[in-house]
Ligand binder design. Structure first.
Ligand code: PLP
Length: 231
């Protein structure tokens, strides 16, 4: 592994190459830097190398990092990408910019009720359990149209439904990696055809970002390829 800065450049190069192969503009894919288990110093180093959007899995860990990086407030975007229980929503509504893991209406309702009125709307993605994967997190595909309609009906000043997210089981080979990403993109296209103004397809990680970009990802979540293996 190189330095955080050189790893970041290498990931950007991979994204650009995947976009070129898919005849997509590289600006249509956002790099979310996944900083879970790495400290505020690592986030600061990635920020210095140009990263602006960070993904965290654990709320308490993220809040501590936000505190340590308070001098950068307003220039960083914080995305929650870990599971969120409905009794833990308040600090998330108060401190994050995005939540990718909404899979129940109750969680979205609480986030909407608890989002402070002075802040911009909290951006939400619905996590979909595309192929009944082992994580068991995520809404079942059959329930997705109903959940999307219910979340989209929440007060738009507080929460905004932006798109879909998934965490497929690890797979080897391009065809196997692309299949669940394609399924999520088809659900995304179907919701858009029904009139939902979605713009975010959050899929792809260090090992399968090329497959995700090939299938239309607009945001890839990359940790270990930037920071190294988590301890
Ligand atoms: C940890 C994590 C990632 C990053 O995974 P890497 O393989 O380290 O790139 C992406 N998305 C979610 C939901 C994660 O929990």
């Amino acid at each position: 592994m190189g330095s955080i800065g050189s790893n970041l450049q290498e990931v950007k190069r991979r994204i650009a190459a995947a976009c070129a192969a898919a005849s997509r503009d590289a600006n249509t894919v956002t790099l979310l830097v996944v900083s879970k288990t790495f400290g505020a110093d690592a986030v600061r180093e990635a920020f210095g190398a140009g990263a602006r959007a960070f993904g965290e899995n654990y709320v308490q860990e993220a809040l501590a990092k936000m505190d340590a990086l308070a001098d950068l407030r307003g220039t960083l975007e914080w995305h929650l990408i870990g599971p969120l229980q409905s009794n833990k929503t308040r600090p998330v509504a108060e401190a994050f910019d995005w939540v990718h893991t909404v899979d129940r209406l109750k969680v979205a309702e609480r986030l909407a009720a608890q989002r402070p009125p002075g802040l911009p709307p909290l951006n939400l993605c619905l996590q979909v359990n595309v192929s009944g994967e082992a994580t068991k997190s995520g809404v079942a595909p059959a329930e997705l149209p109903w959940l999307a309609a219910a979340v989209a009906a929440l007060p738009r000043g507080r929460v905004r439904l932006r798109g879909l997210m998934s965490i497929p089981e690890p797979a080897r080979g391009e065809a196997a990696q692309r299949r669940p990403h394609r399924q999520l993109r088809e659900m995304f296209d179907a919701l858009r055809a029904q009139g939902h103004a979605l713009d975010t397809l959050s899929m792809g990680m260090s090992s399968d970002l090329e497959a995700a970009v090939a299938e239309g990802a607009t945001l890839v979540r990359v940790g270990s390829a930037i920071f190294g293996v988590r301890g």
